[in-house]
Design a protein around this ligand. Structure first.
Ligand SMILES: C[S@@+](CC[C@H](N)C(=O)[O-])C[C@H]1O[C@@H](n2cnc3c(N)ncnc32)[C@H](O)[C@@H]1O
Ligand code: SF4
Length: 453
């Protein structure tokens, strides 16, 4: 589907809002969430589950980073962490003994902070505790600076078939300012080797809105990225939240592109990836039309979970490790965000929960609607009503109408008794359309979210 561009409308609706990797969003999770709710959710879950495993360590601090990470040079810290993960796996093992794992994603922080021995140990622990489907999909996030060609080959041997490399921007001034200097040669060598080793999908992460990014230099980054011929590209809008992430205060405010210039960077990227034949999956993802993510969207089967767009695991994802979020069978829970608290609860034989939330029937209805719009930009109203036994769609969602009205007026979305359609003009603002159906948005401060574009 086409994306049309209106700088005027994007500026007009330049507000903060959720990315809807879940509904309700993580801000609605409540403390003192009982482990019994997690057990009950798992008992009634789908037969196939996905696993996300968080490795929080990084060797060096990137100033722009908004991830949950621990910067250290001591690789032995990861040995202790693996022990905690083993304890956590043992707690989950009896709860999902009759389920199979279809996908595993290692994220971070930096999973390739782990040595080859530690990566082998981790995979051994996982296979020891859980039943994997034959030929499961194993994916991993890689910081190019922490992955030798040998480690990459090791990952392939361990069964990983999908890799995601953090690139962000190739420009030197940008890299110096964000404290992440990595050469284009390094990334090219890894991507070339990943292809030779037979990895079936290669993703590159880019960020727009970084300090000193300008259309002229970003164009060079885009051209270099296209020459690397990745299967997917994630193009994140730089979330600048210096009150939350102290290191971002090291980035001079005057070096950040103004809203208009930031939009020009996005526009440039959309133009180049579309012209190169990539399918624009959502606001921030591009995939070759033959890639499984693009095919899932073409077939109306695309899903969304805490990792963003996905082919599986919506409402069937267990997150292991510090700060990880799970969502299974209408229940969301998050692990302790501080390593010490996470390890302490595990040492006491408890699931390391920090907070959680059980979705009501109304939450499930809104979650399904929001996911459908985020993934497919349209909704078949009668089919949706039939699925959830809703008599009159617009009476049920009467609270959304006043919020939708201006968006309808500006041609961002079309609404009728039969259909909701996010227009090509509205695609970049789909988060706002979804926000109209969000019952919790008023109570959760907007300041906690990043800009919708
Ligand atoms: C966990 S990192 C990827 C793996 C590895 N740590 C690395 O940096 O290469 C996830 C991605 O999130 C994105 N990211 C991090 N901080 C961000 C921020 N403040 N705003 C937007 N994207 C951000 C970056 O593109 C980064 O590659
Ligand atoms: S961007 Fe990646 S490598 Fe950099 S600090 Fe964040 S998680 Fe670590």
């Amino acid at each position: 589907m086409q994306v049309l561009w209106s700088a005027e409308l994007i500026q007009k609706y330049s507000v903060n809002g959720p990315r809807y990797t879940s509904y309700p969003t993580a801000l609605s999770l409540q403390p003192d969430f009982p482990a019994s709710a997690v057990r009950a959710a798992l008992a009634g879950s789908a037969d196939e589950l996905c696993l996300y495993l968080h490795i929080p360590f990084c060797q060096q601090l990137c100033y722009y980073c908004g991830c949950n990470k621990i910067v250290t040079r001591h690789s032995e810290k990861a040995d202790l962490y693996l022990q905690s993960l083993a304890t956590e796996m043992a707690l989950y093992q009896p709860l999902i003994a009759d389920k199979t794992i279809a996908q595993l994603h290692l994220g971070g922080g930096t999973p390739t902070f782990l040595t080859q021995e530690q990566l082998s140990k981790l995979m051994q622990l996982l296979r020891q505790h859980f039943v994997f489907k034959a030929d499961p999909e194993l994916s991993i996030e890689i910081d190019p600076r922490s992955c030798s060609l040998e480690k990459l080959a090791h990952l392939r041997q361990l069964g990983f078939s999908r890799v995601s490399f953090g690139v962000q921007d190739f420009d030197e001034q940008v890299q110096i300012t964000i404290n992440r200097v990595q050469s284009e040669d390094l990334v090219r060598a890894l991507v070339t080797e990943a292809k030779r080793l037979g990895f079936s999908s290669i993703n590159l992460d880019l960020v727009y809105g970084l300090p000193y990014q300008k259309p002229e230099s970003f164009l060079l980054t885009l051209q270099s990225v296209l020459l690397l011929d990745p299967d997917r590209v994630s193009l994140f809008s730089y979330a600048h939240l210096p009150t939350r992430f102290a290191a971002q205060r090291k980035i001079p405010t005057q070096s950040l592109p103004q809203a208009e210039d930031k939009l020009a960077l996005l526009q440039l990227a959309i133009k180049h990836f579309s012209e190169a034949g990539y399918q624009c999956i959502g606001m921030d993802h591009f995939a070759k039309t033959t890639d499984s993510l693009a095919i899932a969207q073409q077939q109306g089967k695309l899903q969304r979970n805490f990792q963003g767009y996905t082919t599986a695991g919506q409402d069937a994802l267990i997150g292991l490790g510090v700060s990880s979020i799970s969502q299974v069978n209408g229940v969301i829970w998050q692990n302790q965000k501080e390593l010490q608290d996470y390890q302490q609860l595990l040492a006491g034989g408890q699931l390391p929960l920090e907070r959680g939330f059980s979705l009501s029937q109304d939450d499930k209805i809104r979650a399904a609607l929001i996911s459908q719009l985020m993934c497919h930009f349209e909704l078949d109203v009668p089919a949706f009503c039939h699925r959830f036994a809703i008599e009159d769609f617009w009476s049920y969602f009467a609270d959304a109408l006043p919020k939708l009205d201006p968006l309808i007026g500006d041609g961002l979305v079309l609404c009728s008794d039969h259909h909701i359609q996010v227009t090509p003009l509205g695609r970049l603002l789909v988060r706002l359309v979804c926000a109209s159906f969000d019952r919790y948005l008023q109570s959760n401060s907007n300041q906690s979210y990043s800009k919708v574009v």
